[in-house]
Design a protein around this ligand. Structure first.
Ligand code: NDP
Length: 340
């Protein structure tokens, strides 16, 4: 059942008793399996947002993957090294990113969700963030869903997060005017001074979010990259421009509620002919090579920077995951299990 509460560290425990196998077994169901040594694990808000459902008939990937099951390792994105493989496309020594488990070694029977890592002259941890699923989320959401144009007015919520910091930088590179919000003055300063946002504000200090947005966007918002939901979405709806676009990436303010909070200003979609569209990043994974061609040079030339919040050791994973929901992560939350 869905647990309607903010996750706490004691919801998770470290199991040190399991034995480690260093070979893919010869079982019939392991004919295309690979054994991974997990290096970096990714803490992502969606891990909290899914139902604890094991319904294989469910129509969406989000419902089918069980991220948390009692007494089982947490499931999530990570960067791993192939230790042994029976799959023709992956061999021992390859580096990969995809959906693994929060453990030292993982046997993967279904390799469909894995990408081989070819660019190793950037930090490997980037494949949990800017060069992995969150990076693809920013890319797909901004370029494919928002239909951005030079000079447009862009607002990004949770702008210092794994996805948001990249959306803002993409928008700046496109020549847009970009404002981000985050939950502390320190984050606001970094958004403006390091990531090049035109403006940023601390949403926790704004009693009237709609008025704050009006202050930063007197002419209105063309593009809203939605990461937060709830009251923030309601305030944005009052500030959208004619023919604006809202890419609904996520709604982290709602993940710990069973009943999501009501949004009352939806009629403004009609008044301003706004297109609001949800998207799910795996639907865009076929664009991954194109994404790498764009982003890897940007990273190497210093046109894009990326902030990570790295903790060492699997035992510190629960604290890192929990911190996402109070905003205590400063950038992409990553857990180091091993460095090679
Ligand atoms: P973040 O790195 O942004 O981490 C979460 C941040 O959200 C926190 O640091 C905090 O920052 C903010 N936050 C937490 N609780 C609240 C709250 N109640 N109200 C407002 N802000 C809050 O996460 P990601 O960048 O990885 O993810 C961003 C969004 O994208 C999430 O909603 C996620 O679910 C979604 N997502 C969607 C995907 C898709 O396919 N559609 C794929 C990947 C992610 P602050 O200091 O600003 O409060």
């Amino acid at each position: 059942d869905y647990i309607s509460a903010i996750p706490v560290e004691s919801d998770m425990y470290l199991n040190t008793s399991s034995t480690i196998k260093l070979r893919v077994p010869d079982d019939d169901d392991c004919q295309e399996a690979m054994l991974l040594k997990n290096l970096y694990l990714s803490c992502d808000p969606y891990m909290r947002g899914v139902k604890h459902s094991d319904d294989a008939a469910s129509s969406t990937l989000q419902d089918r993957i069980v991220f948390f099951a009692t007494d089982k390792p947490i499931v999530g994105y990570g960067v791993s090294k192939v230790v042994d493989s029976k799959h023709p496309e992956f061999k021992a020594g390859d580096l990969v990113w995809g959906i693994t488990k929060w453990e030292e070694y993982t046997l993967i029977k279904n390799t469909q969700s894995f990408f081989k890592i070819n660019h190793t002259d950037v930090p490997l941890s980037y494949y949990t963030g800017i060069l992995g699923m969150p990076g693809m989320t920013a890319y797909a959401g901004f370029y494919e869903v928002c239909n951005p144009k030079k000079g447009e007015y862009v607002y990004v919520s949770s702008a210092f997060g794994a996805v948001g910091q990249l959306v803002g930088q993409f928008a700046k590179l496109m020549g847009c005017y970009v404002v981000g919000s985050a939950g502390s003055q320190e984050k606001v300063d970094i958004l403006k001074n390091k990531f090049g946002f035109d403006e940023a504000f601390n949403y926790k200090e704004e009693a009237d979010l709609a008025a704050a947005l009006k202050r930063y966007f007197p002419q209105g918002i063309d593009i809203y990259f939605e990461n937060v939901g709830g009251k923030m979405l309601d305030a944005v709806l009052l500030n959208m421009r004619l023919h604006g676009r809202i890419a609904v990436c996520g709604m982290i303010s709602q993940y710990n509620f069973e009943q999501h909070q009501g949004v009352t200003n939806l009629m403004h979609l009609v008044y301003n002919r706004v297109r609001m569209e949800g998207f799910f990043v795996p639907d865009f994974y076929h664009l991954y090579p194109k994404f790498l061609d764009l982003v890897v040079p940007y990273i190497k030339q210093g046109n894009i920077t990326y902030a990570e919040d790295i903790v060492e050791g699997l035992e510190n994973g629960p604290a890192s995951l929990v911190r996402l929901f109070s905003g205590r992560n400063a950038g992409k939350a990553v857990v180091v299990v091993a460095r090679d």
